[in-house]
Unconditional design. Structure first.
Length: 318
């Protein structure tokens, strides 16, 4: 901590020192002060240009630090929560969202944490309602909501609530289409921030569309925000589909071991049968080596596929 505080002091000192010799209205101000100046004049193009320049000269982290310093300076100048710097950042995010070559700038703007106590106003949510309609807008909106610590749908206007909900379901249905254009990861990101956004029927549709055996990790991330009964339904659905390894994985990820105590045994039993069916003795032995309840089935299975010698050795060892 002392080193962190010292480093922060060095940064502030360097910025303050770099201000010496500059006059009001200068077009060559250091990053944070240039950002504040452009925010005060409402010049989004110049604001974004400064960030692009910072990204080109430094890196994402340093540019983010400059943006955070600018937010602090803007808050200091305003001396109150009425500072509009965070709202201005949202205004600048809208035109760069989905714009080729501006992905890093958009991510910087979306990740900005507003000053403590600063909440999304109606105008801010109107901007976010427009943002979710743009390419990459849903992902960026999730970042904004997380950065602004919005965790309850009660904090949203009815209009933005509906726009966000509809955008999420559109992304889900687009992902189910033949071209697979939707991104379940974006849906998961929004639900991680606002798990109460969707009703039960919509959540079922999200799971049924996403949990197709190709995107297990994302499906489990979505399932992690569900109520307990929905989590159990999620696992049972996989079991009904015969995806026993995915069942075992979900049971561990969702902490449902007491509800599905035999998940691992059932998966290993299924996997053993498949290994023996394909004549893979190494896979068969590896699957049951630490599962004594399957030793006998493995020995019998190996004998059935003609691996008599190894079957006899294992019978004696086990």
């Amino acid at each position: 901590l002392p080193r962190l505080y010292a480093r922060r002091h060095e940064l502030k000192t360097a910025v303050a020192h770099s201000m010496s010799g500059y006059t009001a209205g200068s077009t060559d101000l250091p990053g944070p002060y240039a950002l504040v100046g452009h925010a005060e004049t409402g010049d989004c193009s110049a604001f974004v240009a400064v960030l692009q320049n910072l990204l080109g000269q430094t890196n994402f982290r340093a540019a983010g630090q400059a943006l955070a310093e600018a937010a602090e300076e803007a808050a200091r100048r305003s001396q109150g929560p009425e500072a509009r710097f965070p709202s201005f950042v949202l205004e600048c995010l809208l035109p760069v969202a989905g714009q080729k070559g501006s992905e890093a700038v958009a991510a910087l703007l979306a990740d900005l944490n507003p000053p403590k106590g600063f909440k999304l106003q109606t105008r801010d949510q109107t901007l976010l309602g427009q943002l979710v309609q743009k390419p990459a807008g849903l992902k960026l909106s999730a970042k904004v909501l997380g950065a602004w610590h919005v965790a309850n749908t009660a904090d949203l206007t009815p209009e933005f609530f509906a726009e966000l909900r509809d955008a999420v379901m559109a992304e889900v249905r687009e992902g189910a289409a033949d071209d697979g254009g939707g991104s379940p990861a974006n849906v998961a990101a929004v639900l991680a921030v606002l798990p109460s956004l969707l009703d039960v029927d919509s959540l079922r549709e999200v799971i049924e569309t996403t949990d197709d055996g190709k995107r297990d990790d994302i499906a489990e991330k979505i399932a992690s925000v569900l109520e307990q009964d929905m989590k159990i339904w999620f696992v049972k659905r996989r079991k009904e589909q015969g995806r026993l390894r995915a069942v075992f994985k979900a049971v561990n990820a969702l902490g449902l071991g007491e509800h599905f105590p035999n998940a691992e045994l059932e998966w290993r039993t299924q996997a053993l049968k498949n290994a023996l069916k394909h004549g893979s003795r190494e896979a068969a032995i590896g699957l049951v080596f630490e599962e004594s309840r399957l030793h006998e089935a493995c020995v019998v299975g190996l004998a059935d596929i003609g691996e008599l010698e190894i079957a006899q050795e294992l019978r004696e060892a086990w």
